[in-house]
Design a protein around this ligand. Structure first.
Ligand code: 5U1
Length: 672
């Protein structure tokens, strides 16, 4: 890049960066690599330091204000922010559609099939963002619909929200309405970080989004992973002349605002229902929480005729998914000991159906969380289930708390092995230090060791692991390889045949791969991907076991924490004894001969697997991809390099085609 010296070149650089942000966030199709963007951005920082008099408010370097607010100021919305009516069933949806048809008929607009713009209903915080002459000047929460709180500084920190609108086809005033969400991957990452740094974890992504926007210090908001999707407009001056709501969304997108790409125009209540079912099917795989879908009459002239009932439009409704929160009674609070000794309080609940699944236990996370929520035995609580995440207690219904209830206190000794519990400085969790000598950690450790991603021991389910430990037959993973048929057959409900099957499964597991073996050891922070990195870069177990912290942090995706965990693990004499016993038992793997990650055919490629495979099991296909050096992810995006599509591949295939991602079939994978 040639040196920039003039103000107009500086302004062009801002435009260039904003255009790249648009391709990245709105179109989901970046046109330069992240590193190239970083070079441009660094140049911007250099110029702004050298010429503070040039700095403009829409510079991407000016997103984060460095002064905290003292309070949030009220903002009156120029047009009220509406709420939505709800339907919960096919019949209610049909009634909603019929009401619209009848209303329009009365107004002498005879249409039998109404076009609806259908959108996912994101579970975040509704906001209104005002652009004046194309520049972001104000943002506010919904509040009571008429007055919200000003959160301009916080909204500006969200990278996907443009600070200035694209092109020049924008009105003098444009108020954009939409939802700020915390994407699920960001939520998990943030909570993991919060746990490790003794910060408050968020109960769910919605609280994550709301809590982050209600930060007085925008520098904190800037560190939270937030996204925004526009779904309508408020005041537009001069008025726009679009005829359909879907045209308005396309217009917003062309101005640089992110619009959810699952939005679709459908016909009548049947089209709405199909859309609802399609989105319900995609729900668990999405990267954001949704609690239903929204249908809006697409024709704006029809919307005008239909008008409002109190604060909600007659022309729109939310079709909610079955409630994923419910109230129930806390019958007891136990503490569970995890594989790494972490102590987790768990509420034992009166069984309750949450979103169609019966929930009897809910995590209370850790000591700080239980104190913050003050959950007590006998309390009535809200329980929440999101996707495949462990159910959790959201809050206590204090009005129903019985008299004389007692605050819960964490134990000081391990409930399983009675060792004194420790809290490591900087961590929120209490831990039992006993390692494999604590039966709870031993059981969890063996389940992990035998799991599909680990040594993949067929026939060794969780119940059997518990029986083996309780019977005193297994004190370390290595003991599995010394079991005899008579020992196993002596366990309750274990027939001779199943005993032999288990022993065969254990024997087969001896032939494994180095990454699987490393994963199976259960080193903290070492999952499948890190185990693969260690094997592909260091090749030999002995090298991994003796690698120093300095050597480890040079590996891709191995940071300080992971490197420390690995070094700590191999510094422990007991762990070394277990490894030696496992090798002694005959565990072996093909040697990795100088096969560095760079030389693997899919090194660094992001691959998605979809559809039904006819020869390989899904886990086998995934393993094969990992062995080829790929990173396997769950959803297709502009970053995806390759899609392996089996039979009946659905939306992921469609998205990959749309993004022109290379698509291969199962045979291709088998041929590698
Ligand atoms: N997707 C979407 N969510 N949502 C929420 N559209 C939408 N529209 C809303 C609300 C409250 O209100 C309209 C009436 C503008």
């Amino acid at each position: 890049m040639s040196e920039i010296n003039t103000r107009s070149e500086y302004e062009q650089l801002i435009q260039q960066l904003n255009e790249h942000a648009y391709h990245y966030y709105v179109l989901d199709e970046p046109i330069i690599a992240d590193q190239e963007y970083d070079v441009l951005y660094k140049e911007l920082l250099r110029l702004e330091a050298a010429h503070p008099e040039w700095v403009t408010e829409d510079s991407p370097a000016q997103r984060v204000a460095d002064q905290p607010l003292d309070r949030f100021h009220p903002v009156e919305h120029a047009l009220p922010m509406l709420s939505l009516g709800n339907v919960f069933s096919k019949d209610e949806l049909s009634d909603f559609n019929q009401r619209i048809v009848k209303f329009l008929e009365k107004a002498q607009v005879g249409i039998s099939d109404i076009s609806y713009c259908a959108e996912p209903k994101l579970d975040g915080l509704a906001v209104s963002i005002r652009y004046q002459d194309g520049k972001l000047v104000q943002a506010a929460t919904r509040g009571d619909g008429n007055t919200g709180e000003e959160i301009t500084a916080n909204i500006k920190t969200i990278q996907s929200i443009p600070l200035s609108l694209r092109g020049d086809d924008f009105p003098e005033i444009l108020e954009v309405r939409g939802e700020v969400v915390m994407p699920r991957d960001g939520f998990q990452r943030y909570n993991q970080w919060a746990l490790e740094n003794n910060e408050k974890v968020f109960a769910n992504p919605r609280n994550g989004a709301a809590g982050s926007l209600r930060q007085l210090d925008p520098r904190k908001t800037a560190q939270r992973p937030l996204a925004f999707y526009a779904y309508s407009v408020g005041l537009v001056q001069p008025a726009h002349h679009h005829q359909r709501h879907s045209d308005v969304l396309a217009w917003l997108k062309s101005l640089g605002l992110p619009v959810n790409d699952l939005t679709s125009v459908v016909q009548g209540s049947i089209g709405c229902l199909d859309y609802y079912q399609k989105i319900a099917g995609l729900r668990d795989g999405l990267n954001f929480d949704i609690d239903g879908v929204v249908y809006k009459v697409d024709d704006l002239a029809q919307q005008e005729i239909l008008g409002f009932v109190t604060k909600a439009p007659r022309w729109a409704t939310a079709h909610k998914f079955p409630a994923e929160e419910a109230t129930t009674l806390v019958e007891n609070i136990d503490v569970q000991v995890g594989r790494t000794g972490s102590i987790t309080p768990v509420a034992r609940l009166k069984p309750v159906s949450v979103g169609g699944v019966t929930v009897t236990n809910a995590t209370l996370h850790n000591e700080d969380e239980i104190r913050r929520k003050d959950v007590r035995v006998g309390d009535t609580v809200f329980v929440r289930r999101a996707g495949d995440v462990i159910p959790e207690v959201v809050k206590v219904v204090l009005a129903k708390r019985p008299d004389h209830s007692i605050p819960f206190t964490m134990p000081i000794t391990c409930p399983v092995c009675q060792s004194e519990l420790h809290k490591i400085e900087g961590e929120a969790v209490l831990r039992c230090p006993a390692g494999l000598t604590c039966d709870a950690q031993l059981k969890e450790g063996i389940k992990h060791f035998a799991s599909r991603k680990g040594m993949d021991i067929e026939g060794l389910g969780d119940k059997l692991v518990e029986q083996l430990v309780d019977a005193g037959l297994v004190h370390s993973p290595a003991d599995l390889y010394c079991l005899t048929e008579s020992q196993v057959a002596g366990l309750e409900r274990m027939a001779q045949k199943s005993a032999q099957n288990l022993l065969d499964g254990i024997e087969r597991s001896k032939q494994t791969t180095l990454p699987r073996f490393i994963y199976s050891l259960g080193i903290r922070e070492v999952g499948e991907a890190t185990a693969m990195t260690l094997a592909n870069h260091l090749y030999k177990l002995a090298t991994i076991m003796t690698a120093s912290h300095e050597e480890l942090i040079l590996l891709p995706d191995v940071g300080d924490v992971v490197a420390s965990r690995i070094v700590q693990y191999f510094a422990n004499k007991g762990n070394i004894e277990v490894i030696e016993a496992l090798l002694q038992a005959g565990i072996r793997w093909p040697e990795i001969i100088g096969k560095s990650e760079e030389k693997l055919p899919l090194a660094g490629k992001i691959v998605v697997l979809t559809g039904t495979l006819s020869t390989l099991k899904r886990t086998e296909a995934k393993q094969k991809l990992l062995d080829l050096g790929a990173k396997v992810t769950g959803s297709v995006s502009a970053k995806t390099d390759l899609l392996v599509a089996g039979e009946n591949a659905g939306s992921k295939l469609a998205k990959a085609e749309q993004l022109q991602v290379q698509i291969v079939d199962e045979q291709w994978l088998l041929d590698q």
